[in-house]
Design a protein around this ligand. Structure first.
Ligand code: IMP
Length: 202
């Protein structure tokens, strides 16, 4: 069976992506299968630049078609921050708890109606021959006052989906995948992966 590499070491993300790719006749590998793969600095100004950088480097390293994502939270009142800096919002090696605490602090005095935000995800697909595609998914929501729920990762406990009245951390992984920025981007990339399979690019 042909293989596709997910250029991530984040097990939460890899698992989310595996579930969404499960319908394709393709072997899904991750960086866990390539312990010597280079560490990549995510120093781009945009999610797209970072996703393409990761996919290009890992595709070259593995000689396999590679899917890479870059994602983060954009809070309107903070001018789109933390954005591409989501993972290191509270400092270079900040934990999810530290990043969430910083966000709560910054939002303390903001009225509820101004707490609009969205998660954004760009997924890049790069073949070893140098063919490239990228797609984007977003999910709108509101930042709440205190963490709710134990699922997911990152900012999930502070991100409320208004139509559901629940945070991402209160949803099952299937429910989250159905509406999340990453789920939406993956739904867009799936037909492209299928097309590449059909055309023999993978
Ligand atoms: P990256 O795409 O691995 O660079 O992720 C950037 C950061 O964005 C993560 O470390 C999280 O803080 C945040 N993030 C991205 N996607 C999600 C999500 O689905 N839930 C919560 N936080 C997320």
């Amino acid at each position: 069976m042909v293989a596709l590499v997910i250029a991530s070491r984040n097990e939460h993300k890899v698992e989310e992506m595996r579930q969404l790719l499960a319908g394709l006749t393709i072997r899904v590998l991750s960086l866990g299968d390539f312990p010597d793969a280079p560490q990549i600095e995510e120093d781009g100004d945009t999610f797209k630049a970072n996703a393409l950088k990761k996919a290009r480097i890992i595709s070259k390293f593995t000689n396999l078609t590679t899917l890479a994502d870059d994602s983060g939270l954009e809070v309107d009142i903070l001018g789109g921050q933390p954005g591409v800096h989501s993972a290191r919002f509270a400092g270079e090696h900040a934990s999810d708890g530290e990043n969430n605490a910083k966000l709560l602090r910054l939002m303390e005095k903001v009225p509820a109606r101004d707490k609009t935000a969205r998660f954004r995800c760009v997924i890049a697909l790069v073949s070893p021959h140098g063919v490239e595609e990228s797609v984007e998914g977003t999910c709108p929501g509101l930042i709440i006052d205190r963490p709710r729920g134990n699922g997911g990762f990152g900012y999930d406990p502070l991100f409320m989906v208004p139509e559901l009245g629940q945070t991402f951390a209160e949803l099952s992984s299937d429910e989250k995948n159905g509406i999340s920025h990453r789920g939406r981007a993956l739904q867009k990339i799936l037909p492209i992966v299928q097309q590449w399979l059909d055309e023999g690019w993978i």
